[in-house]
Design a protein around this ligand. Structure first.
Ligand SMILES: NC(=O)c1ccc[n+]([C@@H]2O[C@H](COP(=O)([O-])OP(=O)(O)OC[C@H]3O[C@@H](n4cnc5c(N)ncnc54)[C@H](OP(=O)(O)O)[C@@H]3O)[C@@H](O)[C@H]2O)c1
Length: 249
């Protein structure tokens, strides 16, 4: 589970453990938060292995999967959840913003898949990727991450097609707005207004909690989802059902 020190990754790591999985808790900077996730998993009676890796680094990713192989010998589920980007208008985007975003979201996924698949041999592997509504809809200051997520959904379909014959499924989750630190970082000084607008357009009347997304991840990892592959599944309380522009009717 990449990026499981906090947010959706943390909730998904805990939900997977509750469903019976031993979990690799991956993080980049916040080792204490990763240890807290791991301790909760151990409290549920499952194993947790905490591993640090900058997912922009091919060497660090390789070292992480080497450790997973040494500790567990196999892998049933890869959930590629971690992401980070620069939230800027196109006019202010520099090449390194795009390079880093695409490396974190896309290059790392390709490499994680290359490293994970050999550990899934003979095990009905599951790959779960994490998109966002910016893949399809235009959001303010979101061009770098939105375009990366659009490509990630395409990559999800390619992974599903190429690895299906090995019994591996690959699906993307596409959450709406989830109450996490990164949503606060994105909303910045305008977070309250942003939350108000999102609530006004969400038929189910609240932001997503990380657990709303985690529960669907557990479903995708389960045997019940064995014939679903190459799909992008929205988990957004209906946020993307309306186009806007009809408020006065
Ligand atoms: N929150 C939302 O509203 C929302 C909506 C749609 C989609 N999503 C997607 O859901 C995923 C998780 O989002 P979140 O809100 O839970 O994020 P978050 O709270 O910001 O957590 C991000 C996680 O990713 C790790 N991470 C970030 N950059 C990394 C890098 N370069 N190398 C290694 N690890 C890195 C962080 O580790 P450290 O803390 O150790 O740095 C952290 O564990 C992302 O893919 C995001 O795009 C979020």
């Amino acid at each position: 589970m990449t990026g499981s020190s906090r947010g959706i990754g943390r909730a998904s790591a805990l939900a997977m453990a509750r469903a019976g999985a031993n979990v690799v808790v991956h993080y980049r900077r916040d080792g204490n938060a990763a240890e807290e996730t791991a301790n909760e998993i151990r409290g549920l009676g499952k194993q947790a292995l905490v591993l640090k890796a900058e997912i922009e680094s091919e060497d660090e990713l390789r070292a992480m999967f080497d450790r997973i192989k040494d500790e567990f010998g196999h892998l049933d589920v890869l959930m590629a959840n971690a992401a980070a980007s620069a939230f800027k208008p196109i006019a202010d985007l520099k090449g390194y913003h795009l390079d880093r975003t695409y490396r974190v979201v896309l290059h790392s996924l390709v490499q994680c898949v290359q490293l994970a698949v050999p550990l899934m041999a003979g095990r009905q592997g599951r790959i779960i990727t994490m998109s966002s509504m910016g893949s399809r809809f235009t959001l303010p200051r979101y061009a770098a991450l939105g375009t990366a997520k659009a490509a990630l959904e395409s990559l999800t379909r390619y992974i599903a097609a190429e690895y299906g014959p090995e019994g591996i499924t690959c699906n993307a989750l596409n959450p709406g707005v989830v109450a996490t630190e990164s949503a606060k970082f994105y909303g910045a000084d305008h977070y309250d207004a942003y939350e108000r607008d999102v609530l006004a357009h969400t038929p189910l009347g609240r932001l997503a909690e990380p657990e709303d997304i985690a529960d669907v991840a557990v479903f995708l990892a389960s045997d019940a989802a064995r014939f679903i592959t190459g799909q992008t599944i929205r988990v957004d309380g209906g946020l993307t059902l309306t186009t806007g522009g009809f408020e006065s009717f």
